[in-house]
Design a protein around this ligand. Structure first.
Ligand SMILES: [Zn+2]
Ligand SMILES: [Zn+2]
Length: 406
């Protein structure tokens, strides 16, 4: 493959250039795309900032990321969007798109000025972190987003049902913790799908974590402009971890029983769920090293995402490598536009992986400023060794393979 001016110029054998890269023994994939990340900037740079968040993304092989707006200040005004866009251009190692808020203050009441937010550089809108309280409000939001030409990313959660801190099931009962039922997600997902079909808005449902929500997404396939993702943690972990009572394992939506995990896995395998997104959510240790009930919800996501899925699913014979790459590169790349493919003329956004490398996720070795990864201490297979954005290396773990050749 020959790269020129930040794009893929030629694909074939025997190509030469002034700088060459030896990728012997490695796999080259279209750069991974993560449509769900919290880089905590502005406002909580002690947990993550653009530099560390984008370094974590690059270390995980992600070349494009969408940042969620629940920062401080909230990204609900054009001036905040344009300021963030300028900072990202200067400080981010990878392509970073800004999601602005759907409602002012994420409060689910007054719609943001979406046309102005788009002019300021917003890529989409979302109230992630929160569900929308009323169907009427959500419907208006979808109509306005559609007319403004902005996709909507929805965190589906009914807060009148989601009153607990973990999934309302056996593990919660045994641990004596208040649970939120699966219906908190399922009813909100059903509402979102019905309204998306009716309004024609471009809607993306993020972090689908129950078998029923996945089935509902499948039911609306073809009748609404809807895509959906699930996360590496909902695919690989279950509510069994609740028995540790550790704050690390609090996440929203919560870890579910095996029946939900396997339903979500099947939906991803069959393409009912379009892709994977990590919901990368750094938290300071004082917010996570607490009893589960008091901890902040969320996991780091970028760095171990590919390896966690490759180890459990591809090596486990449950997902083909091709489907995994579709779910991490091609499908989310189409969603953000112009990414996730290796055709001539496409941006030279590439991820190099050593599928044979075994590595242990270590607290001290993560690029993130935080360490709340549920995979810390786990040994995984398959490691991202190089990430290229617009033809330039942004992550190079070996220091050798990107070297210029005389
Ligand atoms: Zn969310
Ligand atoms: Zn989130």
């Amino acid at each position: 493959m020959r790269l020129s001016s930040g794009r893929i110029a030629e694909v074939g054998d025997g190509l030469r250039g002034p700088r060459e890269m030896d990728a012997e023994g490695l796999h080259l994939f279209p750069g991974f795309v993560d449509v769900h990340a919290h880089w905590r900037a502005p406002g909580r740079e002690d947990e993550e900032d653009i530099q560390s968040g984008s370094a974590a993304a690059a270390a995980g092989g992600f070349t494009s990321v969408v940042m969620m707006p629940n920062t401080d200040p909230i990204v609900d005004r054009p001036v905040v969007v344009s300021g963030l866009v300028r900072r990202l251009e200067r400080e981010s190692r990878v392509r970073a798109h800004v999601s602005a808020a759907l409602h002012v203050g994420l409060a689910g009441e007054r719609l943001t000025e979406m046309r102005l937010l788009k002019q300021a550089g917003a890529f989409c809108v979302s109230d992630d972190g929160l569900g929308t309280a009323s169907a009427g409000v959500l419907r208006n939001g979808m109509l306005y987003a559609r007319s403004a030409g902005l996709p909507v990313i929805l965190h589906c959660e009914d807060h009148t049902l989601a009153t607990g801190v973990v999934h309302d099931g056996l593990a919660a009962s045994l641990a004596g913790l208040p649970g939120s039922p699966a219906s908190a997600e399922d009813t909100a997902t059903a509402t979102a799908l019905i309204l998306a079909a009716e309004t024609g808005a471009k809607v993306h449902i993020t972090h689908v974590s129950t078998a029923l929500s996945a089935a509902l997404v499948g039911f609306f396939d073809g009748s609404a402009d809807v895509t959906a993702d699930t996360t590496p943690h909902h695919l690989t972990l279950t509510e069994d971890l609740v028995s540790t009572l550790e704050g690390l394992y609090r996440v929203n939506p919560p870890l579910r029983p095996e029946s939900d995990r396997s339903g979500v896995e099947r939906a991803l395998r069959e393409g009912v769920l379009d892709f994977v997104a990590t919901d990368h959510a750094p938290h300071a240790s004082e917010e996570k090293e607490l009893p589960l009930e008091e901890a902040a919800p969320g996991f780091l996501g970028h760095e171990p995402a590919f390896a966690a899925l490759y180890t459990d699913f591809v090596l486990g014979g449950r997902l083909t490598l091709g489907r995994l790459i579709q779910a991490m590169s091609c499908a989310p790349g189409r969603w953000v536009g112009g990414a996730g493919n290796l055709t001539v003329g496409a941006p030279a956004d590439l991820t190099l992986v050593d599928l044979s490398e075994e590595w242990t996720v270590g607290r001290g070795t993560l690029a993130s400023r935080s360490s709340n990864s549920p995979y810390v201490g786990r040994t995984l297979n398959g490691r991202v060794v190089g990430t290229i954005v617009g033809g330039e290396p942004v992550h190079d773990r070996t220091g050798v393979k990107f070297g210029a050749r005389a």
